[in-house]
Design a binder for this molecule. Sequence first.
Ligand code: ADP
Ligand code: MG
Length: 395
Amino acid sequence: MKIRSIKSVDVDNKKVLIRVDFNVPLENGQVSDDTRIKATLPTLQHLIDNRAKIIIITHLGRPEGKVVEELRLDPVAKKLAELLGKEVKKVNDCIGPEVESAIEELQPGHLLLLENVRFHAEETDNSEEFSKKLAALADLMVIDSFGTAHRAHASTYGAAKLLPTYGGFLIEKEIQALSQVMHDVERPLTIIMGGAKIETKIGIMRKFVSQADHFLVGGGLGNTFLAAEGFDVGESLYEEDKKAVAQEILLEAEALEDQFHIPTDVVVADEVKEDAKKLDIPAEDVMGDMKILDIGVNTIKKFEEVIAKSKTIVWNGPLGLFEMDAFSRGTRHIAIAVANSEAKTIIGGGDTIDAIKDFGIDLEKYDHVSTGGGAMLQFLEGEELPGIEVIREGN
Ligand code: ADP
Ligand code: MG
């Protein structure tokens, strides 16, 4: 796949609208983890060096179309300025007169950060009107956000369709690394999936089942499969209306023999707290008000065995409620096993990466750390992502 690279266009004195993913965690009004901001610095530096008038757009959190004071981008502007050692102006909206006059005043090589684009409901609706207003702000657009590439929103897709659009260095790197996995994958290929976003993950899984050699499933996603197998999952996190899809996946997997692993034992507690009384029990013994919060010790062993004989591993989604030490064992063991494996390892997902960082494991131990979760899986599954379609050569 060929991407129109940012290097192929003259940006001198041009108004460049760049879509980044600065959806960073905030604590006490400050950016508490700047990984995502740092990841875009090469592209921003290129635009600075080549004297573009840089207009940055991103979302932060889920304000759902309303102004949420805590989700304003002022702390992000401050952090970015610090990292670049350069002033970053910030406006209080992403369209309208204040924005237009700030852009009028913008000098080549200078930066302006627009307000959280999701303060407008039209963003996620991919409204045509709103896309036109965004596109009208600039001469050309750069996409450098892989985490949002599977979303056809106004700032990731609608506006990009209306302007000449190029890919930044971050998205280029993602596409290169992930394309390699897709095209000459070394087998056995093992996919590990967990987490809570069952709705977005289960559809992707279905498409993957026939492509992967092994599937290891845990977390809330695993609970949905246990329910689909007919087990009582007590009061665990799972999705009742995804049981049917899970059953279809299980049927298909059965035909493919012993390659699809859901937990055989689990860690349960009746309360979600650090000092809750917990038990490691066979999956079939779960009942009543028990909550499955981690994979059990036999499941960890089985998963480790599969990981050890894999040549390529793709992992997205924690295998338990890792935020609490009491339920982090499964995710920790799998994180270590994947880190130590000889296989080519690709990991993605905001929470998966947070878990690895929490455990103190060096991210360098993985071959590719994707800035996308859902986007990574959809890309690997061979689907055209809207946010990539707009920068693909020939489009
Ligand atoms: P990612 O961001 O890596 O794609 P998700 O956002 O899908 O992952 O899911 C991460 C969340 O899933 C974490 O907050 C974790 O605590 C939660 N989780 C995983 N397993 C369970 C479980 N068994 N019960 C409740 N929450 C779980
Ligand atoms: Mg997440």
